[in-house]
Design a protein around this ligand. Structure first.
Ligand code: 5RP
Length: 216
């Protein structure tokens, strides 16, 4: 298995979905880096917003114009990677610590397309789940969460603290609800199947496509 080749194939398939005039959200990560190259190669006139400063810088370096995401209220297509894609369609994202912005951008999209190599497909999700926490009350929030480690990556672009939750992830819906309702949690890396329109997984020399998140 050539993981880089698989990322590239998935990224190219997603780039084929972009049309001139679209409002496009750009995810974060190494698979998205391939997508940016494919997008730049196609040289379409589209509007783009980025989920992280890292992606914005990489896109601009390739000549892709990136707008701030404070005026547009809706995007046509968002393409992003994932750390884990379960058979039931749940994702874990946030390996790059960008999960809060990634979820905001994904939620604004008519179509949220996930691109990945085949190592990201899992039968069941595994910890950790990336979190972004408010710095205010951090010690208390960590105590409420339990089993959470701080990541040594500095603050998010929005001033949040990036952490990883290592507890039980066997019921992602219940965990997502609990994390969302815990004061001090700004965002978490569990993405529900309802958010996902299509998953494109590079598998050997082809791309496996599945709709509505599920891969079973
Ligand atoms: C960043 C993310 C990435 O999309 C995820 O970590 C996958 O990254 P890669 O494509 O490098 O494997 O969620 O916050």
């Amino acid at each position: 298995m050539n993981v880089e080749r698989e990322k590239q194939l998935a990224a190219a398939a997603a780039a084929d979905m972009v049309e001139g005039g679209m409002r496009v959200g750009l995810g974060t990560g190494s698979t998205v880096a391939y997508f940016l190259h494919e997008l730049a190669r196609r040289n379409l006139k589209a509007m783009h917003v980025a989920t992280s400063p890292r992606t914005a810088d990489a896109a601009r370096a390739l000549g892709i114009v990136v707008e701030p995401f404070n005026v547009l209220d809706r995007l046509d297509l968002v393409v992003d990677g994932a750390d884990q894609i379960s058979r039931s369609g749940w994702l874990i994202k946030g390996g790059g610590g960008a999960q809060t912005r990634e979820k905001i951008v994904a939620a604004s999209a008519d179509r949220f397309v996930v691109i990945a190599d085949s190592t990201k497909l899992v039968d069941r999700l595994r910890a950790p789940v990336p979190l972004e926490l408010l710095a205010f009350g951090l010690a208390s929030t960590l105590r409420l969460l339990g089993n959470t480690t701080l990541r040594d990556v500095g603050h998010s672009p929005d001033g949040g603290v990036i952490c990883d939750f290592h507890g039980d992830v066997s019921d992602p819906a219940a965990l997502a609800q609990w994390l969302s309702s815990t004061p001090g949690v700004i965002g978490h890396g569990l993405f529900a199947p309802e958010l996902v329109s299509e998953v494109l997984v590079g598998t050997g020399n082809t791309v496996q496509r599945s709709s509505s998140g599920g891969t079973q």
